[in-house]
Design a protein around this ligand. Structure first.
Ligand code: PEP
Ligand code: MG
Length: 592
């Protein structure tokens, strides 16, 4: 039966494929397809992992048999029996085998997929005791996955041969060999998204998350259709359901009828056509009709993204979110050398164009490790994040600063500091930069000049611009956080997503004041929040005087198209009217 689920549109386009249910905690297993001739070896690998755990549990039973009831209560032995029994569970064993055989999933993926299927069955059980065995099943699968980490996994190139029985949708799509897969999860952390970047999925849906949550931002950077904030989606969708993701409307259609499927197939082709049409603008300079030059820069998460930035025609990197190098590493932060190499790769990758490296911004919805939940702090977005975290750990901060300064010998580097609000934070930051330089001097190690920038993300910063401009060469407006903190709306919380409004007069006034003050003082200013990549806001930002936009590479050409059609002499007075209006969105719609 066809039904639809409404969420938030976060990344454009249409994806049509089979649902793969994944729990966030299990995203860090590899997801890839094996070749048909590797099936038996892969089943063997899964079996070896399971056998290793069986042995481990027997050994444990043996050792506790020598202990007294105080050290090893009777229940412990019974629990190990339950785990041993679950390891032989027919549903688990045969399920894993068929995900490998029929779908060519790698063993880890097959295990976590089957765990999702079994977990559903446990959830539906009436008997409370049996329901609780779900946790045991999860534990033994985690154990098997751990055991398998020791077993080398074959290196394969992603390919997908699907030998399942054909459904009506399979026949309609006319291709049972390469069926795309869409990932459905309750939640995905930004670190999960890094795994996702290297995986095989054509789109994703999460129950939670706001439009500018970092998960949504990474989805946009990957340019794949995505819907977040879909509430109960992961409970309503079942493994293998056919799904359509309409990333423009924020709608998920489950089990679509042939007519709907045909309609979306058409829409998908239209989107692809529009993309190839935009590609013709690649080498066209971003200049308005009245001759104003606009700088289009890229936001990147990893050094390797520099390639996509160049391919999209970016004139530099306006925001390298360096924290993605720090996340999902189970507490082992990258050392100076590793960071230096990463920054150097990004700088060299940009071939002489400027690269703005933002110092680490972890915390809030970007925890270092997604499996570690921060229950101690009730408002993590207002807590120890970004520069506050860096200043709380000077050794870590100095390590990063040295690595950035050293990378600056290989090209133009701008150093950007997130979430500053206080004069004392500015002074401490500058002092740390000086310390990092003198440490490198002492070592006799080369470093290059950097332009220093501050992000304007907190209203307090936007209201003390003169102080900021005394110390910094340029400002970059982080509208995602500026909106969050001006309107007191958690950007990652879908329940208040309707109040997250880039066009709120207060937000616009802070943005406009920042641009104007930088112009007055002849300092550089750009917007690197999601507003910069929103084509619906391009004209307004141009009208407010903005000439430097930083966004995900995938958005650059569409924004360029808007710029080419704009005349700033007409946009400036119009933008002032919008700025002074009580309802800027209505004013914009009325005078568009
Ligand atoms: C912002 O806040 O607008 C920004 C660009 O930083 P981030 O999204 O990484 O918090
Ligand atoms: Mg921010």
């Amino acid at each position: 039966m066809t039904f639809s689920i409404h969420g938030l549109a976060v990344s454009r386009g249409v994806a049509i494929g089979r649902a793969v249910m994944v729990a966030s905690s299990r995203m860090d297993v590899a997801h890839y397809f094996i070749q048909a001739h590797e099936v038996s070896a892969e089943i063997e690998r899964a079996r070896a992992g399971r056998d290793a755990v069986v042995e481990e549990l027997y050994r444990l039973q043996e050792s506790i048999s020598h202990m007294g009831p105080k050290e090893a209560p009777h229940e412990l032995n019974a629990l190990l029996d339950v785990h041993l029994m679950l390891l032989q569970d027919e549903e688990l064993v045969s399920g894993v085998k068929s995900w490998i055989t029929d779908r060519l999933y790698n063993a880890e993926w097959a295990l976590t997929t089957q765990l999702e299927v079994i977990s559903r069955h446990f959830d539906e059980m009436e008997d409370a005791y049996l329901r609780e065995r779900k946790a045991d099943m999860e534990q033994i699968v985690e154990r098997v996955l751990r055991a398998m980490r020791g077993v080398a996994s074959p290196i394969v190139t992603p390919s997908h041969r699907n030998t399942r029985r054909q459904s009506q949708q399979d026949l309609l799509l006319g291709d049972t060999v390469d069926v795309p897969l869409v990932l459905v999860a309750h939640d995905l952390s930004p670190a999960d998204m890094l795994q996702f970047k290297q995986s095989v999925f054509a789109g994703f849906i999460t129950d939670v998350g706001g439009k500018t949550s970092h998960t949504a931002i990474v989805a946009r950077s990957m340019d794949i259709p995505a819907v977040v904030g879909a509430r109960t989606c992961s409970q309503l969708v079942r493994q293998d359901d056919w799904i359509i993701i309409d990333g423009d409307a924020g709608v998920v259609i489950v089990d679509p009828s042939p007519i709907i499927l045909a309609e979306y197939g058409f829409k998908k082709r239209q989107v692809e056509l529009e993309r190839s049409r935009l590609a013709r603008l690649l080498n066209t300079p971003a200049v308005t009709m009245d001759g104003e030059k606009v700088q289009l820069l890229a936001n990147i998460e990893m050094p390797e993204d520099a390639q996509a930035a160049l391919q999209a025609g970016a004139l530099g990197v306006g925001l390298f979110r360096s924290e993605f190098l720090f996340m999902g590493r189970r507490g082992h932060l990258p050392d100076e050398e590793e960071q230096f190499q990463a920054y150097k790769r990004a700088v060299e990758g940009m071939q002489g164009l400027p690269v703005t490296i933002r110092t680490v911004d972890v915390g809030a919805d970007k925890p270092l490790d997604s499996s570690v939940h921060d229950a101690a702090h009730l408002n993590p977005a207002l807590g120890l994040r970004a520069i506050r975290w860096s200043l709380a750990d000077p050794e870590m901060f100095l390590t990063q600063l040295r690595a950035i300064l050293r990378a600056a010998t290989f090209g133009q580097v701008h150093l950007l500091v997130p979430m500053l609000a206080h004069a004392s934070e500015i002074h401490q930051t500058l002092a740390h930069i000086e310390t990092a330089r003198s440490m490198l001097d002492k070592r006799g190690q080369a470093y290059g000049p950097v332009q220093l920038g501050a992000m304007i993300e907190i209203p307090a910063a936007a209201l003390t611009l003169k102080m900021f401009l005394k110390y910094f060469d340029f400002l970059s407006i982080g509208t995602n956080d500026l909106i969050q903190y001006t309107l007191a709306i958690d950007r990652a919380d879908e329940s208040v997503a309707h109040l997250y409004d880039p066009l709120h007069p207060a937000v616009l006034q802070l943005v406009a004041a920042t641009i104007a003050e930088c112009h007055r003082q002849g300092k550089g200013v750009s917007v690197c929040g999601e507003m910069a990549g929103d084509v619906g806001l391009t004209r307004l930002l141009l009208g407010l005087g903005l000439r430097s936009f930083s966004m995900h590479p995938a958005q650059i050409l569409a924004v360029k198209q808007e710029i080419l059609r704009s005349d700033t002499t007409r946009l400036a007075p119009w933008a002032q009217r919008v700025l002074e209006s009580e309802s800027p969105a209505l004013e914009m719609a009325a005078s568009a």
